[in-house]
Write a protein that binds this ligand. Structure first.
Ligand SMILES: Nc1ncnc2c1ncn2[C@@H]1O[C@H](COP(=O)(O)OP(=O)(O)OP(=O)(O)O)[C@@H](O)[C@H]1O
Length: 274
């Protein structure tokens, strides 16, 4: 086994009933590598992360994390789920959310130890969230909550980090900040990262490779290899224009959203697990 590889996907396909999301997917994520996962709505980006988390099973092919078949609750994987703001009145402080990442997998009430408190403080400091760590989660802004989610995802010392649209509904400065935090964590911990995003620009300078999924198909390569008019026109089977302007990538002409896609469906990965 190549010990530098944290995730291996081989000839994998995912279908829901008659509907194929992707097939023949081959992907290796190496330690310290950041891969942006892009694609149309409903192309199966979040589902790919759920496969790696063991919440969905591939229809064919294999997926291994550090040499073992995927399973639920693998502490070697950190996960930043798609952002949903904490509901009003939730009796949880920022530091409680982070602590859940350390011992949330155990049953029963945890006993706060000095060591655990130190661990939480260290994680809070790593994302610059000390000043609001004792405030209730629901009183915090989207960007502040997102920093805490990253700290929570890093709590178990993962080797692979999965981020599902962590920039959603954040303003530009906060998007940059979240990208910087993920990037710092991957360098500090030598993490492999899969980063699902609609817009590559906020993370462009940190991305090693892009996995672009559309129309059941995909392309993998550096941003320069994948983010071109030729490649996206081929993937979408429609004229797509990619323009580079002042270091940003602008994409025009992506066909309308997937007609099957109902965002609420994507929240329930359990339905197809039997
Ligand atoms: N458990 C499930 N059972 C059946 N269909 C599902 C299930 N989970 C997701 N889907 C469908 O699979 C498609 C892909 O969903 P997924 O959330 O992976 O897409 P996505 O690429 O992340 O989309 P978006 O960019 O909108 O977040 C969607 O059409 C969704 O409705």
């Amino acid at each position: 086994m190549d010990t530098d590889v944290v995730l291996t996907v081989e000839r994998a396909a995912l279908r829901f009933g008659q509907r194929m999301l992707w097939k023949d997917l081959d992907l290796q994520v190496r330690r310290g590598e950041l891969i942006a996962v892009l694609g149309a709505n409903g192309s199966g980006k979040s589902s790919l992360l759920k496969v790696v988390l063991g919440q969905l099973r591939v229809s064919s092919g294999t997926v291994t994390v550090l040499g073992s078949t995927v399973r639920r609750g693998d502490r070697r994987i950190g996960y930043v789920p798609q952002q949903r703001l904490a509901p009003d009145g939730l009796p949880l402080r920022g530091r409680d959310l982070v602590a859940l990442g350390i011992d949330g997998h155990r049953w029963g009430i945890s006993h706060p130890s000095r060591r655990r408190r130190q661990q939480v403080n260290h994680l809070l400091a790593s994302v610059g969230a000390e000043t609001y760590a004792s405030a209730s989660l629901s009183s915090l802004s989207g960007g502040e909550q997102q920093r805490l989610r990253i700290a929570q995802a890093l709590a178990a010392d993962p080797q692979l980090l999965l981020c599902d649209e962590p920039l959603l509904s954040l303003d530009l400065p906060h998007q940059r900040l979240i990208c910087d935090l993920v990037d710092q964590a991957r360098h500090r911990l030598n993490l492999g990262v899969l980063f699902v995003t609609h817009d590559i620009n906020p993370i462009l300078d940190k991305v090693d490779r892009v996995l672009y999924i559309a129309n059941n198909r995909f392309r993998i390569g550096t941003p320069d290899e994948v983010m071109t008019s030729e490649v996206l026109t081929d993937l979408f089977d429609a004229p797509v224009e990619v323009i580079r302007h002042k270091g940003r990538i602008l994409v025009a002409g992506i066909p309308d959203q997937d007609p099957y896609h109902h965002p609420a469906d994507a929240l329930d990965g359990e339905k197809v697990l039997r």
